[in-house]
Every structure is written in C-alpha cells, then in structure tokens.
Design a protein around this ligand. Structure first.
Ligand code: ASN
Length: 319
C-alpha cells in the first residue's frame, strides 16, 4: 500500500483522560464489555472449549481481503508480522485440542476513510474460535446460542444500563435469518451490507461470499465453485458486520491454488504451506466475533471508539 499523508489527527492525551473520567459511557461500556467476555468464556467453556493464549507476532498472518498498511518487525534478519488475525494459528491449534478459542488482539492499519464506518479500530480484539471437523452450520448455530446467552444475561443483570443506551435491544430468536451474497446484491445493489444492516429486524447471516471477495483459507463450495462455505453476521440497526467465519481449506494443493488465485504470493506463507504439505491440517470451521463491535451493538454506541479505553480509530493517533 502506498504511503498517504493523513489529516494528522493527534488526540490530546490529557483531554482524553478527562473525557474518560467525566463521560459515564466509558465506565458503563467497560463494565458491559467485561461481562460480555465473562459470559462468552462461560458459554464456550461449558461447551468443552479450551482457551489458548493469543499470538501477537508470527511469521504467518491473515492476508485479509482488503489492503492495509504493513506492520512488520525485523528480528535478527527474520521477518515477523503483527497479527491481523489468528486464523492460520487456529488451524494448527485444533490439531492439539478439538475446540479452541482465544481472546486475540489484532492490528490492522486501516486507511483513515474507514473512520466513517463507525465500526473500525486499527487495534482491536476478537474472540476467535475454531472447531475440528465442524461444518459452517455448526458454528453459526453455536454463535447464535452464544449471542443469545450473552445478551440474555446482560439484560437480566444490567437492564438499567441497557435502558439508558439501547432501550430497543432485544434477545434475538433462533434461527437468525440467512441471505446469500448473490441474493443481497440483487436486493440492495453493491452497498448490500450497509442496507442489510439498516433494514433487518435482528442479526442476519450473510453467507456464500464470492470466491475472489474473501481470503484463501475459507473453503470453496464444491457445489457452487464461485462461492465459499463462509459467513458474516450483520447486526441490525446499522451496526454492521460483527462476525466472520467459515469452513476452512485444509488440503495443500487446494490451498496453493487458492493463494495463487488471490495473487497473495506463496513466499509469505512458507511456514504455513510446509505444515499443510506434510498433511497435518484437518477439516475445521470457526469464526471470530469482534469484542468492541459486540459492545457497541449491545450499548447502541454511535462509534466503536467509545467501546474501550485507548481506542485507535483509523487516521487518529492516540495513547
Ligand atoms: N477470525 C476470522 C475467521 O475465523 C478471520 C478474520 O478475522 N479475518 O474466519
């Protein structure tokens, strides 16, 4: 990505701390966020998941489907990438334990235009999970239960706070609606994600992404090779995307084909490809749910930067 000059918005650190102390939103958001993490962990642990520690730097990371500034570290002549997502580590993690999750910090140096979306931070945390031999429907079903469990418990315990910020928040009912990307494009045109979020009554699954519009690791649909066996969850009321996931490619030849199709360059994936070539990778499916976005949705906050301390929004420079 070429270097661009930003508007250079540096956040005044003293004013920021004053804002943290006088604006109750931060205090409430931190409490709700802590409870989101507690209830999510409680739910996953009760389903037999193991929590594993996040990786901050690695020789491999997610290429993502969109361009961000590079975040690399040179160390004794070797190159580390700062984690954009732990997808490739999760594929290895499920070989050790069948059901895993990690509360994983990700760095994605987004362009400043992304600020407008209200839902991008360059330094954020996702609860990233993976299950060996699972199908995408298993993961969608699991995440519906997780979201219902978290929202129900938060509404039970903190109705006063939710009433103050997001009085229309409801416990969603199962199963959530589903729409394919092809159907969504026909209905809403190219800006389908924004429109879908604005028009839907509850969270809705957007499924079957087009092969060139997603990363190489999501599994190609054998029955419809232009699409993938993956999904996003779109929150209602304009809060946008909150979860991405899918079934994974695990066979070496197919992974190479998919990396080449995306034009990602095999060199960056040497360590990952060596593991795949040995035949270690097993079928799996999983997803990640953004913690700050989940907090924003539950509290109905206008921008995700209000959902945590030390938020780094695109184009802003801050403590
Ligand atoms: N966590 C996502 C997944 O599991 C990947 C991502 O964040 N890009 O599919």
């Amino acid at each position: 990505m070429e270097k661009v000059k930003s508007e250079g918005r540096k956040v005044d650190s003293v004013k920021l701390v004053e804002e943290y102390l006088k604006n109750e939103t931060y205090k409430d958001a931190l409490l709700i966020q802590s409870e989101i993490l507690r209830f999510s962990r409680e739910f996953l642990l009760s389903k037999g998941f193991i929590e594993f520690l996040p990786v901050i730097i690695s020789t491999i990371t997610d290429p993502l489907n969109h361009d961000v500034f590079d975040a690399q570290i040179d160390y004794y002549g070797y190159k580390y990438y700062v984690t954009k997502s732990m997808i490739l580590q999760k594929q290895v993690g499920v070989l050790v334990h069948d059901k895993i999750f990690s509360v994983s910090p990700n760095l994605r140096l987004e362009r400043e235009e992304k600020y407008q979306s209200g839902r991008h931070l360059i330094d954020f945390v996702q609860l990233d999970l993976e299950v060996k031999n699972a199908k995408r429907e298993d993961i969608m079903d699991l995440m519906e239960d997780l979201i219902i469990y978290v929202i129900k418990n938060i509404l039970d315990k903190y109705s006063d706070i939710i009433l103050k910020y997001h009085p229309t928040l409801k416990i969603p009912s199962k199963p959530f609606e589903k729409i394919t990307v092809k159907e969504a494009k026909l209905l809403y045109g190219n800006d389908y994600e924004v429109a879908l979020s604005k028009h839907s009554e509850g969270p809705v699954w957007l499924i079957d992404m087009l092969i060139l519009e997603r990363e190489f690791y999501d599994k190609q649909n054998a029955k419809d090779p232009e699409t993938l066996l993956d999904f996003d969850l779109i929150y209602p009321e304009g809060f946008g995307e909150g979860i991405s996931g899918g079934e994974r490619e695990n066979e070496y030849e197919q992974i190479v084909k998919r990396i080449e199709l995306k034009g990602n360059g095999l060199e960056s994936y040497e360590d990952y490809l060596n593991i795949a070539k040995e035949g270690f990778l097993e079928p799996s499916a999983g997803c990640g749910i953004g913690i700050e976005r989940f907090t924003r949705y539950i509290l109905g906050l206008d921008h995700v930067e209000k959902s945590r301390l030390f938020a780094k929004a695109p184009g802003k420079f801050s403590i």
